[in-house]
Write a protein of this length. Structure first.
Length: 255
């Protein structure tokens, strides 16, 4: 069931989203060659503490997971698409790193993700990350009152497929509010004009995920959380929490 948010609630969600943006900015600034993923998680925890915010990621246990998630960020490197657990692995020059972060503040949740290169970037990785954010922008542009969920999905999928990238089957965005995952589901590929109508007060996490090799297949890592590309190619993930309003889409997780 989709819960429409009041304008006051959207303002409160913006405050949670602002914290998420601060977390991502701090983690990106700390992500240098030689720094461990666990150290990046500690940076994120410090930002949350300073803001008086909690983490919707920490101890989260969906049905597919063998154990609760042990961190406040997902840190996915190279062929990891999403849900990477921060470990003692140290970043290397040229690593492609996706950071997904959330914050709970005043009972409301924000959720956002970025992908970037640590050190020197490969041209192919730059194109991949640029396309991920282009797909995110296209999805947000379609998130307007009067459109449907399928219009968002179609906008994202068109950008990804035109560039020759794969889209992990069965994974996409979702509603956000008091919980991190709410209705409706927001696929990353679909037919325009189909699905639930978009209304003022809906808040969605829009999150393209791209596989560089062009295939859609992936597999879970041994940790039960990390999803990796089946062909070993690199992946990118971009995400914002977006409120649908009569005045147009409003990004709640922008810095």
């Amino acid at each position: 069931m989709v819960q429409l948010k009041t304008d006051t609630s959207i303002e409160a969600m913006r405050e949670a989203g602002r914290v998420v943006a601060q977390v991502l900015a701090a983690v990106r600034g700390a992500a240098k060659v030689g720094v461990s993923l666990r150290e990046l998680d500690e940076v994120a925890r410090g930002v949350l503490r300073a803001a008086g915010a909690g983490s919707p990621f920490l101890d989260y246990k969906p049905h597919f997971a063998p154990t609760p998630f042990p961190a406040v960020i997902c840190a996915s490197v190279n062929d990891a698409i999403v849900h990477g657990i921060p470990t003692d692995r140290r970043l290397r020059d040229g690593d492609l790193l996706s950071i997904d972060a959330g914050a709970t503040l005043g009972g409301w949740v924000g959720d956002s993700a970025v992908t970037f290169t640590v050190g020197r970037a490969r041209p192919d990785d730059t194109r991949l990350t640029d396309t991920a954010f282009e797909a995110l922008d296209a999805g947000i542009a379609a998130a307007v009152v009067g459109n449907r969920i399928g219009d968002i999905a179609h906008a994202i999928g068109t950008v990804c497929r035109k560039a020759g990238y794969g889209i992990p089957e069965g994974f996409g965005g979702h509603g956000v509010g008091r919980s991190m995952h709410e209705d409706p589901a927001v696929p990353n590929e679909g037919r325009p004009g189909r699905g639930m109508p978009l209304r003022h007060g809906m808040v969605l996490a829009i999150e393209p995920m791209l596989i560089a090799g062009g295939r859609d297949e992936f597999h879970p890592d041994r940790d039960g959380w990390t999803l990796r590309t089946s062909d070993g190619s690199r992946a990118a993930h971009a995400e914002h929490t977006v409120a649908i309003t009569d005045a147009g889409p409003r990004i709640l997780t922008a810095l």
